[in-house]
Design a protein around this ligand. Sequence first.
Ligand code: GDP
Ligand code: IMO
Ligand code: MG
Length: 419
Amino acid sequence: MLGLQWGDEGKGKILDVMAGEADWVFRAQGGNNAGHTVEIGREKYVLHLVPSGILRSGVSCLIAGGTVVDPAGLVSEIQGLHERGIRTKGRLYLSSQAHLVLPQHRAIDRSSEKKRGKERIGTTGRGIGPAYADKAARVGLRAGELALSPAELSRRIRERLRIHNQAARPQGWEAVAPTATLRQIEQAAKVLRPYLCDGVALAHHAVETGKKILIEGAQGTFLDVDHGTYPYVTSSHCTAGGACTGTGVPPTAVRRVVGVLKAYTTRVGSGPFVTEDGTLGHLLHGMGREFGSTTGRARRCGWFDAVLVRRAVRLNGVTELAMTNLDGLDGLEKIPVCTGYRLKGKVLREPPVEVSDWERCRPVYRVFPGWCEPTTEARRWRDLPPKARAYLAALSKMVGAPLGILSVGAGREQTFRHG
Ligand code: GDP
Ligand code: IMO
Ligand code: MG
């Protein structure tokens, strides 16, 4: 299950519904830049690193090797779950292969954004990019190292901090205090050690014993470091391939690919957004929706972009769509949908490669009539107004994937299958 737009498509909500039938939920990539919201009755949970499946008592969860883990952040998330009566012992596992996000990564993230000025990416400031950079440079520290003797762990951290602090002044980064950092990581290591495992062996065992595994994507297709609006992306692979490399689940074991998407589009942070529309943003923000789950930032809003989603469906091999937030469009008389990009007198059906071209594209719209009535009470496909069904059926045809799940509100019960 993964996002087909720029993140925040409602993955947490759809995951929670699908997890009712799963044995395992794996997080494959990303870190605590993610914020996945699940609303169950009056309770609202926002998960950052722990798979959303933890909220279903019969489900076990793995934070797999492709993720980057902020040890202190994970500890506070686990403690928050315990305070709300959610058990993690014996049902949450952390792969020893996952890379650690350390305070120097957050320091570099902050200073790089400051330095970029107007061209800043608008990161979540969680140190994600610098942690993945260290991983690619083969100098990262992995979660398994939290199980080393305190002396050896401390030696390895001190060495990295020495290198960071030496480079800090010339690079314009903040320096990081070794003593406080060491104390923080040693404390986190004590809490996290019992959760450590060989994530790949765990995944293979689950596959081979016929367990139902749900891989929870974080971020979204156009934030993927290879396939997104580079450089305005995150630093992991948020597409279907990343689900396999991040967990060790082989591609041949994957049966379904559920693509989650909103009935419109949102994005947090900078970068091209062809269908962005201030009036729609104003309307949605006025309804109290579309504020970031991790940073609280107001999300940029725009119309549904079929050029993007068609690309995402093909990239991920989507077998069914899970369309959320249909209710966000309930009050509108006219609903534009982008069917092509106009650039230099031509109409493109594929997004351009260069971000500067992408920024210059103008949307070609097909306008649908709105249904102008609430959909939030719908519990079956046929409860939806005919115009809403026509809108959804047209989107599905344009992007080339069948509708699977529909969502008309944040609650668990506001979800149903197509047909
Ligand atoms: P994620 O990162 O993909 O899990 O999405 P977020 O949780 O960051 O943002 C999605 C927001 O939309 C959350 O506040 C959800 O509770 C909410 N949500 C999900 N599906 C629906 C829906 O169908 N209707 C409404 N009104 N809200 C929804
Ligand atoms: P979920 O899983 C939406 C965005 C940031 C920024 C860019 C890079 O909740 O859908 P990073 O901190 O990753 O280096 O920031 O990616 N971003 C997200 N946007 N949802 C997310 O996660 C995101 N995770 C990162 O806003 O534009
Ligand atoms: Mg989110």
